[in-house]
Design a binder for this molecule. Structure first.
Ligand code: GDD
Ligand code: MN
Length: 373
C-alpha cells in the first residue's frame, strides 16, 4: 500500500501552476505549451486552461494534449463568459503554492516566468506583476487610441488601490496561494481586471514586485475585448467602492429600470398624442415596450456574463415580463396601502417603487438569469 502511494508521488513536486483563460485560442494552445516547456523545463509545473466553450474547439485541443501530458488540464465552462471568473476558477482548480495567470494568445512574454517565480520563492514578494509600464516594459504595437484608453483605465484603476502599482490592469501576474485564499471569497469576479480585483480586495498591503515585459502582437485570432469592457470596468470599480453596501448588479438593474421609465413615456406620448389611441391601449403598449427594452438591456449589460440567446432569450423575456407584472402589482398594492394609512404621497410612491424594484431584481435574478450571486 505504502509503495503504491509512493509511486504516485512525482519526483519533483509542482512549484508553479499556470492558469490560462481561453476563448477561441485553439490555434495558439500548442505553441504556448511548446514555449512553456522551453522556458520551464519538463517538470515542476502544471497548466490549467479555462475555456468558456469556445466554438473553435479550444477545449478539445487542450484535452487531446492533456491525454498524454499530465501537466496539462482543461476546465471547460458552459453557458458562462468572463475572463476574471475564468481566472478565479482556474486558480481554485490548481495545486501549486505559486500561481501565474497569463493570456493564451502569446501576447504575454513567457520568458519572464522564471524571474517572477524567483522573486516569490526568495521571499521578496507576495505578488509579482508583469508590467508594461515600468523598467523596460512596453505595450508594443498598439495604436494611439488603445494606448490612451489603457492609460486612462490605469489611472482609474489606481484610484481604488491603496498601493502604487505601475500596471494594475495587466493580465499577466503571479501570486502566492495564500493571497488567493485571503481574497477569493470577496473578489468581484466581474469583467476583465482580475489583478485589480485582487489588489483592491487584499486585506492588508501586499508586497508587490514587478517584472517588465513587452506586450507582443497577437499570434492568431482576435481580441475579445470590445467597447463593453468600459461598462464592465465601471461595474468592477463600483463594486470595489460600494459593493459592500449595495450589489452593483442591483445598481445596474435600477439604472436600466430608470431608462425604462423614459422609454415608457416616449411610447405613451407617441401613441396617445401622435396616433390618438385610447389611454388604456397606449399605456399598455408603453408598459410592454418598456419591459421588452428593459429585458434586452439588462441581458446585455447587467447580466452580460450570463447572456441569454436564441430560445433562452424568449423564455427569459417571458419570465421577466411575468415577474415584472407581479412586481408592478406589489408596487401599487404597497403604495396604496401606505397612502391610505396617511403616508405622504411621495413617500408612499417611492416605497412602492422600491419594493417593486427589489422584487423584480431578486426574482429575475433567480428565474430569468438563472442563479443567485
Ligand atoms: N475563459 C475565457 N472567457 N477566456 C477569455 C474570455 C472569456 O470570456 N475573454 C477573453 N478570454 C481569454 C482570451 O482567449 C485570451 O487568452 C485572454 O483571455 C485575453 O483576452 P484578449 O481578448 O486577448 O485580451 P486583450 O489582448 O485585448 O487584452 C489583454 O490586455 C489587457 C491589458 O491591456 C488582456 O491581458 C487583459 O486581461 C488585459 O487587461
Ligand atoms: Mn490578447
Amino acid at each position: 500500500m505504502q509503495s503504491e502511494k509512493a509511486a504516485l508521488i512525482s519526483a519533483s513536486p509542482i512549484r508553479l501552476s499556470i492558469v490560462v483563460p481561453t476563448f477561441n485560442e485553439a490555434f495558439n494552445v500548442p505553441e504556448l505549451l511548446r514555449r512553456l516547456n522551453d522556458v520551464l523545463g519538463c517538470e515542476g509545473w502544471e497548466v490549467i486552461f479555462v475555456d468558456d466553450d469556445s466554438p473553435d474547439q479550444t477545449a478539445r485541443v487542450v484535452r487531446e494534449i492533456a491525454r498524454t501530458d499530465c501537466r496539462v488540464r482543461c476546465l471547460q465552462r458552459i453557458g458562462r463568459r468572463g475572463l476574471s471568473s475564468a481566472c478565479i476558477e482556474g486558480m481554485l482548480a490548481s495545486s501549486a503554492e505559486n500561481i501565474a495567470v497569463m493570456d493564451g494568445d502569446l501576447q504575454h512574454d513567457e520568458t519572464i516566468l522564471p524571474a517572477m517565480l524567483k522573486k516569490i520563492e526568495q521571499g521578496g514578494a507576495d505578488l509579482v506583476v508583469g508590467t508594461r509600464y515600468a523598467g523596460g516594459g512596453s505595450v508594443g504595437e498598439w495604436d494611439e487610441s488603445r494606448k490612451a484608453m489603457s492609460r486612462l483605465a490605469t489611472k482609474a484603476g489606481r484610484a481604488v488601490l491603496r498601493q502604487s502599482v505601475s500596471d494594475p490592469m495587466s493580465g499577466f501576474f503571479m501570486l502566492k496561494r495564500a493571497i488567493l485564499d485571503s481574497t477569493v471569497r470577496r473578489l468581484s469576479g466581474l469583467g476583465y481586471k482580475i489583478l485589480l480585483d485582487i489588489l483592491a480586495t487584499a486585506p492588508s498591503r501586499l508586497q508587490v514586485a514587478e517584472v517588465p515585459f513587452r506586450f507582443r502582437g497577437r499570434n492568431a485570432g482576435e481580441s475579445k475585448l470590445d467597447t463593453m469592457v468600459i461598462w464592465e470596468f465601471g461595474m468592477l470599480l463600483a463594486d470595489k467602492k460600494f459593493g459592500r453596501y449595495l450589489p452593483v448588479r442591483f445598481l445596474a438593474f435600477s439604472i436600466v429600470g430608470g431608462l425604462g421609465v423614459l422609454v415608457h413615456m416616449a411610447v405613451l406620448g407617441a401613441l396617445l398624442k401622435g396616433l390618438e389611441l385610447s389611454f388604456v391601449i397606449s399605456q399598455s403598449a408603453a408598459a410592454a415596450t418598456a419591459m421588452v427594452s428593459n429585458f434586452g438591456i439588462n441581458n446585455i449589460l447587467t447580466y452580460r456574463d450570463r447572456r441569454l440567446k436564441g430560445p433562452a432569450w424568449i423564455r427569459g423575456l417571458f419570465t421577466f415580463m411575468l415577474a415584472c407584472s407581479i412586481g408592478a402589482l406589489a408596487n401599487v398594492g404597497i403604495a396604496s396601502y401606505l397612502f391610505s394609512s396617511r403616508t405622504q404621497w411621495m413617500l408612499a410612491g417611492l416605497a412602492g417603487i422600491l419594493v417593486g424594484a427589489v422584487w423584480n431584481y431578486v426574482i429575475t435574478q433567480l428565474y430569468t438569469w438563472g442563479k443567485s450571486g
